[in-house]
Design a protein around this ligand. Structure first.
Ligand code: B12
Ligand code: SF4
Length: 477
């Protein structure tokens, strides 16, 4: 039996847009969901994984599969449905799983032969058995995974064209920020994989560099941190020579032993959600955790960087408390914190989040021609009505933010600093240039977005007249 697993593309997502920016080549990540599904598939299935981010294949020239499995974040849902329609015409059943199908199950059921909600580990073998016996059900609801005895993902099935391998060591997040889907999907109970399994899987990954996809690598409680230390110690002892990056909350900076062990284990970068420059903003987002202990963010960032670990900071624009000038304010805050790269996103109501419920109740979701409009839920386009800004104004804030932070002067300052302190200068260089290049791609996507909705772009003289070399200081004036 032949199984084809597909990760649909969304060309609007600038970080996967390799054709337009070669810097993005280093930012296309392996779809771990499909590698995991492949790992759960019995040996008598012949499995192919297609990641459309590497290029669209000619499906008609490929051997006809007996089953197609498609994954999708919300921003990939339209393409997932297109894929399903194509294979349905060829008489091949399509099973869809992942976060979008879980949060918008009824919609997905209208477009695919079968839907699996939740984490597939407990149920995927049953789905395949049903396919074999010709009794595929319309809906399968999976339990949250108990991580003992789970076969490892198939790292061997994707071509060696990715700069990073990927692995997951924990699931769930206790913090439940109002804009984030993780707690809704994976739960607030923080689950940690057996350390021996993680080390074993790490050793099977071919790539030297690895993305540890955990949303909250170290957790929040003393017992979580204790386990993180044990994991780092085990990875250091295994001496695998891997270099890895992951996501964590700012409390990563609070424990010197943890940082020392992370460095020894190969940690080279950490993505941290600072979210907003103000305590009021953190309150609005339900992430007051960040302000506990009257935190000095700059000192926290420096403590992490002392261990040669890059800090990628993430911020959100479009909060109710945000006022005009928030874009540059975020950039200045990020510069004050001395972070290495800045990732700023629009406040976006993702299905299943508390933010979605609030915005839907207040009729603030402006792009709601679903499923078509899901393609715009990339967090780089305004899909909701913001209290203080029109679409064009909020986009201008975003562009101001990036242009200010990624001015050549500031970029070279940061790259030099990472070079001087031997803190991953290569990753810093690629990250800075990739973000800078994506300012332009996001602006083009924004203009298309306005045009496709038949909304003439609102007057945006600053946005339209910018060239990449406009001095950021001029924008502040
Ligand atoms: C790594 C990651 C990325 C990588 C993507 C790598 C890749 N190619 O897959 C990058 C950095 C590119 C990325 C980008 C984005 N991401 Co992201 N990302 C993640 C992260 C941290 C981990 C994903 C992962 O690998 N998990 C591990 C696997 C094993 O879990 P899984 O994907 O959930 O798969 C399980 C189930 O869902 C299910 N399943 C999944 N697929 C299928 C398919 C079938 C057939 C079946 C049966 C079951 C099944 O079974 C799997 C095993 O249990 C998640 C958070 C999270 N916890 O999932 C956010 C997350 C998925 N991202 C999110 C978002 C919003 C984005 C962006 C839109 C914006 C952004 N810049 O962050 C872009 C969009 C990308 C796009 N192509 O459209 C949101 C998605 C919410 C939503 N409703 O869509 C998440 C949940 C984070 C959040 N804070 O809310 N992301
Ligand atoms: S944003 Fe981060 S800290 Fe908040 S719930 Fe999501 S994963 Fe947890």
């Amino acid at each position: 039996m032949r199984l084809l697993l597909i990760n649909p593309t969304n060309p609007i997502v600038s970080i996967v847009n390799v054709k337009e920016s070669r810097w993005n080549r280093f930012r296309v990540w392996k779809p771990l969901s499909l590698m995991t599904i492949a790992g759960l598939t019995p040996a008598d299935w012949d499995i192919t994984i297609v990641d459309e981010n590497l290029g669209l294949p000619e499906y008609s020239t490929m051997p006809t599969p007996d089953l197609v499995g498609v994954t999708a974040f919300t921003s990939q849902a339209n393409r997932a449905y297109e894929i399903s329609a194509y294979f349905e015409r060829r008489g091949v059943p399509v099973v869809m799983g992942g976060i979008h199908a879980t949060m918008c199950t009824d919609e997905a059921l209208d477009h695919v032969a079968s839907v699996v909600t939740g984490e597939a580990e407990s149920i995927w073998p049953d789905v395949l058995a049903d396919v074999k016996s010709g009794s595929l059900k319309k809906l399968y609801a999976a339990e949250r995974t108990d991580w003992s005895n789970i076969p490892p993902p198939r790292h061997d099935l994707l071509p060696p064209r990715y700069p990073f391998g990927s692995i997951q060591t924990t699931r769930g997040c206790p913090l439940n920020c109002n804009f984030c889907s993780v707690t809704a999907f994976n739960g607030s109970h923080y689950r940690q994989r057996p350390i021996a399994d993680v080390v074993q899987e790490f050793s099977q990954i071919q790539e030297k560099r690895v993305l540890v996809v955990d949303d909250n690598l170290i957790g929040t409680r003393p017992e979580h941190i204790k386990r993180a230390k044990e994991l780092f110690r085990a990875l250091a002892d295994a001496n695998l020579g891997k270099e890895w990056v992951s996501q964590a909350t700012i409390n990563f900076a609070d424990d010197e032993e943890l940082l020392t062990l992370a460095e020894k284990a190969g940690c080279k970068g950490v993505f941290i959600g600072f979210e907003t420059p103000s305590p009021e903003g953190l309150k609005e987002l339900g992430k007051r955790f960040n302000y506990q202990k009257q935190r000095d963010f700059r000192a926290s960032v420096k403590r992490i960087q002392k261990h040669k670990i890059l800090v990628v900071g993430s911020f959100i624009i479009g909060l109710d408390v945000d006022e005009p000038g928030i874009g540059v304010r975020i950039s200045k805050t990020a510069s004050e914190y001395c972070i290495d790269t800045l990732n700023t996103l629009f406040l976006t109501p993702l299905p299943g989040t508390r933010l979605w419920d609030q915005m839907a109740a207040d009729e603030r979701i402006t792009r709601h021609n679903f499923p078509d409009d899901w393609q715009y839920f990339t967090l780089s386009l305004p899909v909701a009505r913001y209290k203080q800004f029109s679409d064009t104004e909020v986009m201008t804030e975003m562009t101001n933010c990036y242009r200010h932070f990624y001015s050549f002067q500031r970029m070279f300052g940061r790259i030099w600093d990472s070079f001087w302190h031997r803190r991953q200068p290569l990753i810093s260089l690629v990250g800075n240039f990739s973000f800078r290049r994506n300012i332009q791609l996001d602006a083009i996507a924004f203009n298309d977005f306005m045009r496709q909705r038949n909304i003439a772009p609102q007057p945006a003289p600053r946005l339209q007249s910018w060239s990449l070399d406009t001095k950021p200081e001029a924008l502040e004036a």
